[in-house]
Ligand binder design. Structure first.
Ligand SMILES: [Zn+2]
Ligand SMILES: [Zn+2]
Length: 366
């Protein structure tokens, strides 16, 4: 009450002073002979200054800076981009399902029959086991990554540990939580918003996302290697299509050639692109960082370096321990049951309270 009455008083005082100053200027100019060109120019500049003062007294905020102004100016652009990304997410998910299904169909129709008819028995068994294991792992982790909620801070609990307040949700933000402007919600241990999943990657689905990347890369490498000879044959055959006289291929054969070329090109390109992304995420996980924290930590490290201090990531527990924490590996058998086989176990912790490696000794870098 006191604060609001005080700023209103200050504002009315500023306006009174401005009005009095304008009136004084006008009377002085009037005495010196108003109506001249200089007088009109001076009066216009006074009106301009007075309007600026009025505007500032109405809208000025000490927290305003160029970033806030730019954010306000680009707000409609952000809104459009966020909404387009949100709706394109559905298209991207359909695309992933469609392309993966087409690869599986081509493998069943053309690659597996060739393997079964030409390879020795032990290689046939190996291909059948490896191919189906990779297919199950890809489908399981993609389904779980898309449908599992990444986790959000509880709105009803007011006593949770928090480091800041979200400007959009107006709720406390626990450590490692960030606001996703596409989902328009705060996400626990947010890594990024993935349009290919149409979901945020956060505390509860980070493992599913990373496992999907790993198994999808492995699946693509497997497909491109096992269909390499078929691809070379199909490529040579396609090159003869335009010879005269044209070769006598049946419809099934020409479809097989084109399908195998599509399969090899698609799986090889995805293996390279997704392989790079998977390695990048593996590096981040081994450092105990999310994609967002990577930028924050680099900035913080630079800032502390200027002060002669060394930045230490409080969530880094050692490379192997970080990977074990992500996969939920607590004993040796978990590598088989939780990493190499489909598993729906929950991640360690609730995503709100975090075990920091040196919080008690050195709270500086949190
Ligand atoms: Zn938020
Ligand atoms: Zn999101």
């Amino acid at each position: 009450m006191r604060v609001s009455s005080s700023w209103r008083w200050q504002l009315s005082r500023a306006m009174r002073l401005a009005l009095r100053w304008c009136w004084l200027c006008r009377t002085q100019r009037g005495g010196q002979g108003g109506g001249t060109k200089a007088g009109i120019g001076g009066r216009l500049s006074e009106v301009w200054r007075y309007s600026k003062l009025l505007l500032k007294s109405l809208y000025f905020n000490s927290l305003n800076n160029s970033d806030t102004l730019l954010d306000c100016a680009f707000e409609p652009v952000y809104w459009i981009v966020d909404n387009v990304t949100h709706w394109f997410g559905v298209v991207f998910v359909c695309l992933v399902i469609l392309l993966t299904s087409s690869v599986v169909v081509i493998v069943y129709l053309f690659v597996l029959p060739t393997i079964v008819s030409t390879y020795p028995a032990h290689w046939i068994v190996w291909h059948l086991c490896c191919g189906h294991w990779l297919l199950i792992m890809v489908v399981f982790h993609y389904y779980k990554a898309t449908t599992t909620s990444p986790g959000h801070p509880p709105k009803d609990k007011s006593h949770i540990p928090f480091v800041s307040i979200c400007k959009k949700c107006i709720t406390p933000k626990p450590p490692r939580t960030h606001h996703c402007s596409i989902c328009n919600v705060c996400v626990l241990k947010m890594d990024h918003h993935c349009p290919w999943l149409n979901n945020c990657v956060g505390h509860f689905n980070h493992r599913y996302f990373f496992s999907f990347c790993v198994y999808m890369t492995m699946g693509c490498i497997y497909c491109s290697i096992s269909s390499r000879n078929l691809f070379l044959d199909a490529y040579n055959a396609v090159e003869t299509y335009y010879q005269t006289p044209p070769p006598d291929y049946s419809f099934r054969e020409t479809s097989a050639h084109k399908s195998i070329i599509f399969l090899w090109v698609l799986t090889s390109s995805v293996a390279v692109a997704l392989g790079g992304l998977t390695l990048w995420h593996a590096m981040l996980i081994s450092r105990g960082e999310t994609s967002i924290e990577r930028h924050i930590n680099r900035k913080e490290a630079r800032r502390l370096k200027e002060k002669g201090k060394v930045f230490r990531n409080p969530y880094h527990h050692g490379k192997m321990n970080n990977l074990k924490l992500l996969f939920g590996v607590q004993k040796r058998s978990h590598w088989l049951t939780r990493v190499l086989l489909p598993s729906s176990h929950l991640p360690c912790g609730d995503g709100i309270v975090w075990d920091c490696t040196f919080a008690r000794r050195d709270p500086m870098a949190i």
